[in-house]
Design a protein around this ligand. Structure first.
Ligand code: SAH
Length: 255
């Protein structure tokens, strides 16, 4: 085992807007010698790393990918040459962020690390919509799920878990909205269950659309290009009731 000079910080960048990083995360960025960042991280956040070298290693469906093992190796190598190495990840680094693979690689190499949490997309989307995911009388449980499984991984029970929770938030599912809806309905979720689809939460180009679960496949024609969440449960009843023609619902936030 070769000794390491520095420490690796796995930092949550927050959901999009640059000022939603934590003070601790901003401080670490300021002191960074090198920053390995996801493709979607806001440029204003990278600017906080005044003297750090910025290296994009993000994974963005088909557009730009760097194999996870390669990222792990680069983190270990960087810690042998620099004091402060930052791995900046969207939202919270530990939620659907493959942080565990990086932590395992750092531990195996004897590199010290620290995780700085971030605001995950689900909580940012709920905040922006003004809808509590645990609204009293409607929801006492929330499930964060994804239909995405790694190659070779056993089939997951995400849909059963989502259907069983009062509120469910689906990460990385909007690209396959039709399959997501069918799988949820097969798992027992009601066809008329209200769904809120949120694209680019906290960014100026943020969009929301309320529809029913059986209408969810319409989202395919919605032209989403940014990261998108599918949220479902009775807490979205009022959002759905306020929507007459879901597909033409205007952007909710223009500032
Ligand atoms: N660690 C991240 C999630 C990474 S998985 C977090 O805690 O938020 C990537 C998925 O997160 C995207 O496919 C999308 O479903 C969701 N996501 C990330 N940022 C988002 C945003 N600003 N608005 C809506 N969904 C977002």
């Amino acid at each position: 085992m070769v000794g390491s000079l520095g420490k690796v910080y796995l930092v949550g960048a927050g959901p999009g807007a640059a000022d939603l990083i934590t003070l601790r995360g901003a401080e670490v960025l300021k002191n960074a010698d090198v920053v390995f960042h996801d493709a979607l991280v806001h440029p204003d956040l990278l600017a906080l790393a005044e003297r750090g070298r910025k290296i994009a290693v993000g994974k963005r469906c088909g557009k730009f990918t760097t194999a996870q093992q390669f990222i792990n190796k680069r983190l270990v190598d960087a810690a042998r040459r620099h004091a402060v190495v930052v791995r900046l990840k969207g939202g919270d680094p530990m939620l659907f962020g493959r942080a565990q693979e990086e932590i395992a690689a750092l531990e195996a190499a004897g590199v010290p690390y620290e995780v700085v949490p971030g605001v995950t997309a689900a909580l940012a989307a709920a905040a922006e919509a003004g809808i509590s995911l645990t609204q009293r009388g409607h929801a006492r449980s929330v499930a964060f799920v994804t239909p995405r499984v790694a190659e070779g991984e056993a089939p997951s029970t995400w849909a059963q878990n989502a259907a069983a929770a009062d509120t469910a938030v689906i990460y990385m599912g909007a690209g396959e909205a039709e399959a997501v809806a069918a799988t949820l309905i097969a798992a027992g979720a009601p066809r008329k269950l209200p769904v809120l689809v949120v694209e680019n939460a906290t960014l100026p180009e943020s969009r929301r659309i309320a529809l029913t679960l059986e209408e969810l496949p319409q989202v395919a024609s919605y032209g989403a290009t940014g990261p998108t969440l599918i949220m479902l449960g009775r807490v979205f009843d009022a959002a759905l009731a306020a929507t007459s023609d879901p597909v033409s619902l205007p952007a909710c936030k223009t500032a």
